[in-house]
Structure formats: C-alpha cells, structure tokens
Design a protein around this ligand. Structure first.
Ligand code: ADP
Ligand code: MG
Length: 388
C-alpha cells in the first residue's frame, strides 16, 4: 500500500465507540484532527468526544459507506467489526491496520494458526467443533486446560477452565458457539505485554514492557517497568516486533505474553493473544510516556513519524470496574488525594459489575510504590462518599 499522509485538520473515522476510541479521539483532537465515530450505541464513550457521532449497527453497510465518504482515513478500536463492513469502508477510504490483520487477530483459531505457522511460541492448543473433539483434546492436552470461544471473547468471557474430563459436557454446553479452542493451562510466572507501533514506512517503536496482574481473567493492575530481567524484556520486545512485522501491521499492536519458568534463569515466553489496536495494558503511556499509545496509533494511521516512547517515570495503572459503584457514587476526591494519581473515566453512565468504567494511574519514584499507591487510591473510591 502506498503511503497515505493525512495531515492535521483532516478527518479520521474510527469504527467502534468504546474507551479506546475515546482516548484515541482525544489524542487526535489535541493534534487538530476532526474525528467521526461509528458505534451502535448513541452517546458512546468515543461519540461524546468526537466531532460527529454516527449511531448504526456494524452490519449496516449503507451507513458505513456514508461514514467512509465523510472521512479521510479510517481506523478501528473494536475487534468485532464485520469483515464485510470493513471491506466496503476500505473501498472508499484507506483503513489502517489493514482489514486482513483484524480478520486474523479477532478469531482465536486463525490467530493461533498464524502465530504457530510463523514459528511464534504459543500454548499447546486444539481446535474443537464437537463435544467428542473436546474430550479428545482434553485427553491429549491433559487437565487443567481452558476452553475458549473462537470469536467474541474478551475480558475472560467465553472461557471455561476444565480440571476433569467429566466437565467436558457442561463446558461444551456453555460455549454457545460451534467452534472452540482448547488450550493447555500455562503455569506462568507472570503476564507481560508489549505495545508495538509500526508506521507506514515500516519504522517500529515499542513501549516499555508492561507487567500485568489479572483478577478473574480480567486485567486489574499494570506495573511499568515490569519486574523481570533485562534479558526477558529484550526477548519480549523481540518477539512482539517480529509478530508486528509478520502481520505487516500499520498501527498499534498489543502482544500479550506469558513468562514461563522452565528451570533456566530466564524462563521462556509464550504469546497469549494479539490485539491490533491500543490495549488496556498500554494506558500507562498516556500519563507516563512522551507519546501515548493513542497518539502512536494516530501517527501511524496518518503516515506521520512515530513519537518518542520514552518512559518518564515508573507507573502503575489500576482498572476501575462497575463494582466500585457498589456503595454508591465512588469517592473520587479521596482517591485524587493520593500523590501522583490521575483519574480517567470513560463517560459510561451504567456502572454494571465487571464493566470497565475508567482507570487510575500513579507515577512514583519506583514501580512498587506506584503499585501500592494506585491500589490505595482505588480502595478509597469505595469509601462511602460524604457529600457535605
Ligand atoms: P481475553 O483477554 O480475550 O479475555 P485471554 O486469552 O487473554 O482472553 O485470557 C484472559 C486471561 O486468562 C489471561 O490474561 C490469563 O490471565 C488467563 N488465561 C488465558 N489463557 C490461559 C492459559 N492457557 N493458561 C493460563 N491462564 C490463561
Ligand atoms: Mg487477553
């Protein structure tokens, strides 16, 4: 694809209207771009900060075509845009990353096949399309293992841990999809991620490796710098850059990794998942880096030079889920008293349990202090708010 330069003042279309699009739109508007956002839900997090909000179903190709005509370049923040819609849009406006990249990464089986055929290390896995195949896969991979849906999985949704062969019937029944992926359970030392940006001319920049702490299969806290060896960090960056190149990515790619202890001092890395967009574990870049992951996406999509990825301070990020509203309105003022803390809220009005409503970051002199402070700030949110 020839280089497509889209300068400030032009209009960027973003497919998907969640928090990732919102933070992208903020970065784009800061640099003088106009932003149109398309999402089925009116008053969505991105729509609230965009110049123009388009509310239509993702399979409404007529609206998608009109949207594409109204903008100069298109990107996405949501994985499950139908391929047909992306293709129609791509006939009218340049789309970055390419629709094929999204098609590979949003389907767990295609993603795993892509990774393993390119020689990247993945957990042992089997594709299953019946309960009999599931049983055979569980016998081959041994328990424990995890059954995951091939599509529409996020934040641990669509996943069942299988610890005994007896559980296959129930797990298959709960899948709700004709195709699943069974993965051997990885007894990891820790989870890491690397956010890679790749420009239209092939230039690559990676942010500092992030260490991710999950609760119930959902990202809870990210700590940067990751508390792993330099050799592990270099290996994590090397594999992530290689994946971005193999995908011929233009944009931002998040690579989720497991660090596995294997008796060697370093251990080894396994690629868990890819997302061809900014990622929850890269939110630290907004407060702690010269250029954020969202501005990096913007620069890549617009054919501009990538920004400086320098980490300005150790940082920790903690997600704010809807559960923080259990005792009523969170005590934001109490959280903001913690030194070094910033609050990001996504403009969602319905704080359902488990729903990502926002996040906190904390910059501190070292990563552990940042982690403790950001957790302290989040605990303060749950204090009963005294309105007086
Ligand atoms: P998603 O993020 O799309 O929900 P993931 O495959 O990344 O799906 O799974 C979410 C989390 O569940 C991972 O970050 C990890 O904590 C845990 N997990 C997923 N697969 C495995 C596995 N094979 N072994 C151990 N833990 C896993
Ligand atoms: Mg994941």
């Amino acid at each position: 694809m020839p280089r497509v330069v889209t300068l400030p003042g032009k209009t960027i279309g973003i497919l998907g209207g969640g928090q990732l699009g919102r933070m992208f739109a903020i970065a784009a508007r800061r640099m003088g771009y106009r932003v149109h956002a398309l999402d089925p839900a009116p008053d969505c997090p991105t729509g609230q900060v965009a110049d123009v909000e388009w509310s239509a179903a993702y399979d409404d190709t007529d609206t998608a075509v009109a949207f594409a005509r109204a903008v100069d370049v298109v990107t996405f923040e949501f994985e499950n845009i139908p391929y047909e819609t992306l293709q129609r849009v791509a006939e009218i406006a340049p789309v970055f990353p390419a629709p094929l990249v999204l098609d590979t990464t949003r389907h767990r089986l295609r993603e795993k096949t892509f990774l393993s055929t390119h020689g990247f290390p993945v957990a042992p896995y089997r594709s299953v399309s019946s309960v009999e195949e599931l049983r055979a896969a569980v016998i081959a991979l041994k328990t424990p293992c995890i059954l995951k849906t091939a599509t529409f999985g996020y934040d641990g949704k669509g996943q069942t841990k299988i610890t005994h062969l007896d559980q296959c019937d129930a797990a298959w029944g709960a899948l709700g999809q004709p195709l699943g992926v069974v993965e051997g359970y990885v007894d990891f030392v820790c989870e890491l991620s690397v956010i890679v940006a790749r420009a239209q001319n092939g230039a690559i920049r990676t942010f500092d490796v992030a260490e991710n702490l999950h609760e119930h299969h959902v990202l809870d806290v990210t700590v940067v710098p990751a508390r792993v060896s330099e050799a592990t960090k270099q290996a994590a960056v090397a594999v992530s850059v290689a994946v971005a190149k193999s995908l011929d990515l233009v944009g931002v790619l998040a690579v989720e990794l497991f660090l596995v202890g294997d008796g060697t001092p370093q251990g080894h890395l396994i690629v868990n998942e890819l997302a061809p967009r900014p990622h929850n574990s890269g939110h630290f870049t907004v407060d702690a880096c010269v250029t954020s992951q969202f501005e990096q996406q913007l620069r890549a999509v617009c054919g501009l030079p990538l920004g400086d990825v320098r980490l300005l301070s150790p940082v920790a990020m903690a997600n704010i889920l809807g559960d923080c509203w259990d005792n009523g309105e969170p005590d934001f003022a109490a959280a903001l008293e913690v030194p070094g803390v910033n609050l990001h809220l996504y403009g969602k009005s319905d704080p359902r349990p488990g729903r990502k409503m926002g996040h906190l970051t904390c910059l501190a002199e070292d990563a552990e202090t940042a982690r403790l402070r950001v957790i302290e700030a989040r605990q303060r949110l749950r204090r009963t708010h005294d309105p007086s």
